[in-house]
Design a protein around this ligand. Structure first.
Ligand SMILES: Cc1cc2nc3c(=O)[nH]c(=O)nc-3n(C[C@H](O)[C@H](O)[C@H](O)COP(=O)(O)OP(=O)(O)OC[C@H]3O[C@@H](n4cnc5c(N)ncnc54)[C@H](O)[C@@H]3O)c2cc1C
Length: 431
């Protein structure tokens, strides 16, 4: 039985996309409850996965469940006054030999949804968009999917706007580092203890701590493995890097589509250029940071504490990272990138589940503790709608299909929701 419906106070730990979206939905639709969001910084944390230059927003998913959610979110990205100022509908190319494009077309069909996605020949892609893809590495591909309805969003600005809107609707925001969740002997979560020594009590607690969620639970109940997330989520990093285009090249790159290129040797994404000329890339690879967790005597992947491992840095973390970044950039644009300098690098950490499904569930051991995490490198774009689904989970009104996929114990006999960003190595080995 969920304790949410009778709760007067709701405490949300973590003001990334999952926490912020939930705070806004609660503040708008549950005026009877006092909602408090807590995070480490005064506003959106630059170390959060949700805080970024930009993120891809698309509705093509081979998995109808996520496509359905995005078919609900896309109109909001396009025309809702809160989200649309941050969305740039420049389209998206997907060069993908794995059959993902074909699979997503089947999903549109299965859902009876219209799409403007089309196949373009490689020659046409090379010719269009001022020839910026003329020298891209497309391997043996003969066709590339282009979806004009997709694009990118200004991630940090959109997140801040949602936080501001939540506060405007009455949600409270508190700066603080949660050291642990506190439980009574029956397993009821009483609230949180901050590193400052302050305590915050609440009728229900929603944990949206992203890549730090598993570590926080282990620190809270170190001797009780049944409270830990175990195999359910793994803190996983990925590398982004960025440069600035100038002069005539900046003009040629204006409003080019986002490009995801999964071809071997490229494996990466280039975002479209921002109006001030910044072009951001992601390497399509994940890495763990396996450490011994003292308190709970277990080995687990832990997001490094130092801000430098979560924010933009001028130097690559090692030559291996630099080499990988260069090969992704070269693969995406070939000679077009000659002379373009990589100015900054970032490690971005997300909570990754085995099937890349979200983990949005009541905690199995605690009736008033809820968890919303597991963005698995694709959770950002759901910002306009995910709060509603997280609240449905707490209300106990979530459709059974979502409960089956996002629950505490789930079947994992289906395809991964986001079949990219394979975990390739452990961080210490690459440094
Ligand atoms: C490189 C990379 C590229 C990505 N690209 C895309 C993309 O293009 N499109 C897309 O849809 N998705 C993308 N994603 C995925 C997306 O960014 C994440 O799934 C999503 O942002 C996760 O949101 P979150 O709220 O779960 O976590 P976060 O945004 O990480 O937020 C968690 C918050 O919890 C806070 N917190 C943690 N511990 C504590 C504590 N002890 N006390 C107080 N506060 C705490 C943190 O400070 C943080 O603000 C990408 C992810 C990465 C890493």
């Amino acid at each position: 039985m969920s304790n949410f419906n009778s709760a007067k106070t709701v405490l949300i730990v973590g003001a990334g996309n999952f926490g912020a979206a939930t705070a806004l939905y609660l503040a708008r639709h549950h005026k009877d409850k006092t909602v408090t969001l807590i995070d480490r910084t005064d506003s959106a944390n630059p170390c959060a996965a949700s805080h970024d230059i930009n993120k891809i927003v698309r509705d093509e998913y081979t998995d109808p469940l996520y496509m359905r959610l995005m078919l609900e979110a896309m109109p909001m990205w396009r025309s809702d006054e809160l989200y649309s100022p941050f969305f740039h509908q420049v389209g998206m190319l997907r060069a993908d030999p794995t059959g993902y494009g074909e699979g997503s077309l089947r999903s549109y069909q299965a859902l009876g949804a219209e799409t403007s996605a089309v196949w373009l020949s490689v020659e046409e892609v090379r010719r269009r968009w001022n020839g910026v893809f003329a020298d891209a590495h497309f391997g043996d591909l003969e066709r590339i999917m282009f979806n004009p309805g997709s694009g990118w969003a200004e991630a940090d600005h959109a997140l801040k706007a949602v936080l501001q809107a939540a506060r405007g609707e009455g949600a409270r925001y508190r700066k603080g580092v949660v050291g642990k969740l506190e439980f009574d002997p029956e397993g009821k979560c009483a609230g949180v203890l901050l590193d400052s020594g302050d305590r915050l009590a609440a009728d229900v607690v929603l944990l949206c701590a992203g890549a730090r969620t598993a570590e926080l639970l282990a620190a809270s109940q170190p001797g009780r493995p049944e409270f830990h997330l175990g195999h359910r989520v793994v803190a996983t990093g990925a590398m982004s890097f960025a440069g600035t285009l100038k002069g005539a090249q900046k003009e040629r790159f204006r409003d080019i589509p986002v490009c995801k290129n999964v071809v071997e040797g490229v494996k990466g994404e280039s975002m479209s250029m921002t109006p001030d000329g910044v072009i951001k890339f992601n390497c399509d690879m994940g890495f763990t940071n396996m450490q011994h967790h003292e308190a709970s005597h277990q080995k687990m992947s832990i997001t490094p504490d130092e801000a430098m491992y979560g924010t933009w840095q001028e130097e690559a973390f090692s030559d291996k990272f630099k080499t990988r970044a260069l090969s992704t950039m070269k693969g995406l644009y070939g000679k077009e990138m000659d002379g373009v300098e990589i100015e900054s690098y970032r490690m971005c950490w997300d909570a990754v589940t085995p099937t890349h499904d979200f983990l949005i569930t009541q905690h199995a051991q605690s009736a008033n503790l809820y968890i919303a995490t597991g963005g698995s490198f694709h959770g950002w774009k759901f910002l306009p709608v995910i709060g509603k689904y997280i609240v449905k989970m707490m209300e106990d009104t979530l459709d059974v299909e979502f409960v089956r996929r996002w629950g505490w114990d789930v079947d994992d006999d289906h395809l991964r929701a986001n079949p990219t960003y394979d975990t390739e190595f452990d961080l210490p080995v690459y440094m």
